[in-house]
Structures are given as C-alpha cells and as structure tokens.
Design a binder for this molecule. Sequence first.
Ligand code: QV4
Ligand code: CA
Length: 511
Amino acid sequence: MKFFLLLSFIGFCWAQYDPHTEYGRTAIVHLFEWRWVDIAKECERYLAPNGFGGVQVSPPNENIVVNNPFRPWWERYQPISYKICSRSGNEDEFKDMVTRCNNVGVRIYVDAVINHMCGEGAEAGTSSTCGSYFNPKNRDFPAVPYSGWDFNDGKCKSGSGGIESYNDAAQVRDCRLTGLLDLALEKDYVRTTLANYMNRLIDMGVAGFRLDASKHMWPGDIKAVLDKLHNLNTRWFSQGSRPFIYQEVIDLGGETIKSSEYFGNGRVTEFKYGAKLGTVIRKWNGEKMAYLKNWGEGWGFMPSDRALVFVDNHDNQRGHGAGGSSILTFWDARLYKMAVGFMLAHPYGFTRVMSSYHWPRYFQNGDDINNWVGPPNDNGVTKEVTINADTTCGNDWVCEHRWRQIRNMVAFRNVVNGQPFSNWWDNGSNQVAFGRGNRGFIVFNNDDWSLSTTLQTGLPAGTYCDVISGDKIDGYCTGIKVYVSDDGTAQFSISNSAEDPFIAIHAESKI
Ligand code: QV4
Ligand code: CA
C-alpha cells in the first residue's frame, strides 16, 4: 500500500509539469488566432493523424474591441470578462472543439490572461467581443464583476502606476504592464474569480494553461490560484490528473526576477532557447552549430523538465516581447525549418511549434509598423482556415505545422521519445549530426560548402527514407534514401545549396 501511496504522491507532485498528451505524443502547436471550428477540424483531419500532442489556443475570454488600429491581434490580451466569447468563437463552439480534439487524443491548452484587464486608457463603453460594459477609469468590469477593490493601484509604488524598472521585483508584479489594469491577486476574491474561470474550462476538458505575463504575478499568488483548480475531466484524463501549467516568464538573464522562482508552479517558457538557436543558425557573433554539442542546460538554460521551448512565439515573431532580431520565423523559411528540425530532434524541453498568419510587414527605421495587424479577416471577422489540394493552408494562414519538414519532425520526436542524445559528430564548423539511441539520426549542413561523410547513426542496418526531402509512402521514399550498413554507419552528402540542407531518418522511415 505504501508503495502505491508513494507513486500517487510522486504523480501528484509532478502532475503540473505533465502535458497529459496521449502516450508517445511529444509536441504541441500554437494555432494562433484560429477559430474554434477550424481547430476542431484540424484536430481530426491533421493533428491526430500526424501525432501532434495538443494545441495552444488564443485567449477564449471576452476582450476589448480595438478599432484604432483596426482589430489588432493584441486586443485579445486585454480581458473585459471571462465569458467564453471572442473572435475565435462562442462557448458552444469552444466546448465542441475541446470534445472533438480530446476524442482524437489531441489536448487543448488555454492561453489564460489572468494578470490584468484592459488598458487604463481605454474608453468606457461596450466595445468588447461580447458587448459587456466596462469602465477602465472606474476599474468597473460588471460582467465579472471587478471593481476598484480588485486592482493593485494602491499597492504599486512607482510614480506613474506603471512598471518603471524591471530591477524592482515589486514594481514588476504590482504595477501596470504597458498600462494594463493590474489585478490584485493577493485577494481571495480575485483568486477565486480566476479559478472559477479556469475551472469552467477544466470541466469542459482542457488539459492545462499557458499563464500569460507570469513574471508580473507573485509566484505565491499564482500558486494560490492553481491550488483552487479542479483535477482534469475524467472523461479523458485519469483520476487525480492536475492541469498542465506553463508560465510565460521572459528571463534572458540580467533582471532581478528569475524563471526558477516559478518552477514550483509548473513549467516555464525558456526564451533563451529561441534567441540563442536563432543566433547559431544565422551564424551571427561567431556562433556555429558545432557549439550545439552541449545544447540545453549546458548553455545555461533551465532544467529540461521545467522548460517549455520554441523557436519563435506570437510576440517575438513580430518584434514584441523578447528575443530580438535573432529570432527565426516563417519569414526566414529555410533557416527556420533547420531550427525547428533541430528543436524537435533534440531531447531538451517540451516543444511547441508556432503556426502563424501572414501580415503585410512594412519596415520603417528598422521597425515593422504593421506588427499589430490581426488575423486574416473580413471587416474584423476572422477568416476560415481553408486547406488547399497540396495540404497547405489558404486565406493567408501560414500553417508552418503542415510544412512537410516540420510535420515529419514532429513524428520524428515521437518515434525517438525517451531515447538518449547520442553519436554526436561535427566538423568544427556548421556541419553537425546526432542520434537518439537506436531510433533516429539527423545531419545538418549549414556551412557554405558541401558535406560528404560517413557517420555512425546508431540505427539498425537497412534503407531509410529521409523525412525532410520527402515521405515514406506505401513502402517507397519520395525523397532521399539513406543506406545504413551492418555496422550502423551511413554515407551522407548534403549540398550547401540544397532546398533543405539537412537529413533525418528514424525507425519508422525504414523501408
Ligand atoms: C499604451 C501605452 C501605455 C499606456 C496605455 C494606456 O504603451 O504606456 O499606459 O496605452 O492604455 C497594447 C499596446 C500598448 C498599449 C496597451 C494598453 O501595444 O501600446 O499601451 O495595449 O492599451 C500584447 C502586446 C502589447 C499589447 C498587449 C495588450 O505585446 O503590445 O499592449 O498585448 O493589448 C513583457 C512581458 C510579457 C509580455 C511582453 C509583450 O513580461 O509578459 O512584454 N508578453 C505577454 C503576451 C503579449 C501581451 C502581454 C503579455 C500582455 O505574450 O502578447 O502583450 O497581456 O516582456
Ligand atoms: Ca501584476
């Protein structure tokens, strides 16, 4: 009996770090700004068949409607109430999405904006996605309800009421982030109101939460909210399952607030990951892929089992938030595929793939003045995600997760799950290779000359399809074939002008 008690205790302690994906599914995708009806379809037609573990969805709660600029994507980070009512759809559509995705083993993670409400400068009225009245000046949000008692005005010690120094931990938590009305999370009423919102979502079947702006909340206040959360819905999750939690904390070093303060609550976003990987793949500042031999904790990142990792996110792909110009995005497609491929092949962290929409970038003095532009829309109404005959997306949705190279590397990560990082090789420059035990192997050529060499793959002898240049279909390779000899070695040739200068093979791409 004692043994089982211990197991359940360990399970309980570890639960908030566990994404509760179906066994063998190891990556999630952020379907940024998608509508619920489109996500439900994508779960059934694409994500489940291709082994995606889950979806991060945009904030589902009612938000302010901003008309100048016209319907920016960031209006969804200005809550007006916790009614499930936004440009992505209504509560029925949300529930239907969660049910249909769970039924095919694809989890839903909600982007929870619980640090604040809308901007202090917003005009009072009913310009909100569900028509709820609000008055920022009076701190009046009757659709919740919140009033002046529920905000941090009295607690913030900065002159302006806004965050003036990121070296003052109290200001970062108790003052307004870009003018956003800061909720008083030390109050039980606020904690209970937030937990009620999150529990409604949990009871619908969501598997966990991205906690927006976690750096701006005291870790203890976050814990107090999490302690009020229900266990996950037993229709899809085992008894006693705790919600998966990953906290948005931007810590590139140099600030008083550290990611590690938040480890007790759940995983934390590791922003150093994308910033550093972008610099290496772009070969900036003398960085080279040979240095990736000790990638992960060796580069000063948080422990792998606390990290949520990504190449880019919805902020830094458009110059918001952190990461700077080194961040690789779909705009840099060839290098981006290499970065995402490397992330999905490497064992470090729990991986999130970004799925974006095109917007009309327009640079003035180095800044993209259109980085506010919201999702593809008809006069503000978000457009459907149409699927083309070649399986790409239409209507200006980028669907990086449907790019063959990325889709197949999600499968690669699933196939090698649990296997050790092994057989590292590099040429001292930007040609590198590594395996995952006896289940997978990947080779990159990011030098300005061709790669041609024989490498120890660790794989059983046989013929393997390269899943970057093609697919294995009906026992045939549509792309490059790799022949592994009895001693596990194989010859690799990669031109530096190849469409995608990397090759990946795994146990399930063997013919
Ligand atoms: C403006 C002025 C303020 C003024 C205020 C008055 O700048 O000085 O006090 O008006 O109302 C939008 C506008 C911003 C405006 C603000 C409030 O861009 O100019 O302030 O609204 O009206 C997103 C966008 C922000 C956007 C915000 C709310 O990035 O530009 O602000 O949504 O709409 C830090 C944090 C980190 C954060 C990151 C962006 O540590 O947590 O900045 N990342 C998360 C989300 C991000 C979101 C927020 C936090 C806020 O990923 O998308 O910000 O929820 O690093
Ligand atoms: Ca705060």
